[in-house]
Structures are given as structure tokens and as C-alpha cells.
Design a protein around this ligand. Sequence first.
Ligand code: ADP
Length: 272
Amino acid sequence: MALRIENLTVRYDDFNALDNVTHSFEPGTSTAVMGVNGSGKTTLLESIAGLINPASGQISGCCERLGYVCQCPPASWMPLTSNEVLAMGRYRERGLIGPLRANDRAVMRSASERLHINDLLSHSFGELSGGQQQRVRIAQVLASEPELLLLDEPITGLDIPSQERILAMIEDYSRRGATVILTTHHLDEARHCDCVMLLANRLIGAGSPQEMLTEERLREAFGERVLGDHQDHEHDHDLIVLDDHGHHGPQAHDHLEAGPTRGFRRFQRGQH
Ligand code: ADP
């Protein structure tokens, strides 16, 4: 059953963080939610997760097996091994003190393999890098076997191998029937998804990456931050350049190459 959001309005004081948003998320698909900082992306995920009460509107088709990986700074204090953090993903099944059964271990192993964290399991969680911690946190949520997976900026600031592992997991997990919704500032991450949703505290548009990742649609969502229709003389293509100023610092740009037949792909990404 599709997750449906209907006329969703979320208000903070007299400001509508989300204004009358209507959209359906189909099972077996991944959706990238994009927009500038403050455009309501996290608010949308928190509303779906039931962490915020909307001022008006409805959310239906939200399954009980919901996993939410929120934005979280690296933790240096966590006095647990990565395996113990992963095992928390089974709390819903076995309770706080119930022993791990064979099935729990099999599910944990599968989540661990998806995120390539086998070598990290015996390590202290607090001593892992930010990217490694993020992979363990996502594996923990996968170990709860969610049918609806919400990821708030899952690859922001991570090294390229961690990004690639998480992107591969998102594609694979949605192919197996789950509904995956993620927020992102990365155009190439959005291109990997089945659907792109553009927000500016209201729904700018939703559709396939080919439909949504055009300069015109991105300009509606990002305004002057879309710097592009530049000509890349070396490769003889138009570029869409998304100035992600304020999110990763003034040097951070996503550069996209737009070919009329090939859609979009990342041309070059600023380091962050
Ligand atoms: P995004 O995830 O796109 O950066 P958010 O959903 O975090 O945006 O925020 C949307 C808007 O709602 C922003 O203007 C933000 O300042 C405001 N906002 C978010 N949370 C709160 C809160 N708890 N109280 C007041 N305003 C908030």
C-alpha cells in the first residue's frame, strides 16, 4: 500500500514549514527529497515518522515497520561496540534483554554485509570515523527490517566509499519492495532514485529524475543557487551547477553534466 500524504501543513509559530503538500510514495521505490536548507525536508520525514503533529492534512498507509535514520553528529562517547549498536536494531523483536536468536543473528549479518561493516563490528563505536558510524547506524535500522526507510541526508559529508555503499544499499533495498525516502543535497544521489521531490516549504514538483533535475525545475526550488547552463567546452555539454552554499561551505558545488539523451550525471563534485 502506498504511503500517501494529503494536504499536509506543518506550522511552527506562524510559519508554515510545509504548506499543503500532497504526494504518494509507492512501495518498491526510492524518493529523493531536495530543496535548500529550511525548505522542509526534515520536517517532512519527521511528520511521516510521527514525530511531529501536522497542523492539518493526513498521512495514510504508513506501516508500523518504519526505520528512521536522522541527522546525527559523530558520537565519540558511545561505550558500546559496533556489534552492540547493530544489535539494538533487533530490540523491537527480542526486547531490551531478550537473547539474540539465530534469526536475529542472520538479519544482523545481512544488514552488516549490505553496509560492509563486518570488519568494524568488534570496534568501539565511538572510535569509528563519521562515515563508519553512519554505516553502522544505517545497518542498525536495516536490522529492524523496515518496510518504510527514512534517511535524512544519509551521505552528506561522507567519504566516497561510504557514499557508494549507502547508495547501493538504497537501490537494492527499494528493489526488494521497501519504500525508501531520503533527503539530499546531492544531485547525483537524487539521480539514482526512482522519484525526485522538490520542496520549498511547498511542493514544487515530483517526478522522475529526468523530469525534475532540469535547470528550470531546480531553479524553482533552489533559485539563484542554480548557477548553470554553462557550456563545458572540454566535453561539449551543458552543465547544471548547483551552488550548495551554506550547506557544505562556500566552495561546495555539485556540477552536473546534462546531455540531451543521457539525462544527468555528476561531472565533478566539490570536496567537503
Ligand atoms: P530542511 O530539512 O529542509 O533544512 P527543516 O524541515 O529542518 O528544513 O526546517 C523547515 C523550517 O522549519 C525552517 O525554517 C526551520 O527553521 C523551521 N523549523 C524546523 N524545526 C523547527 C522547530 N522545532 N521550531 C521552529 N521552527 C522550526
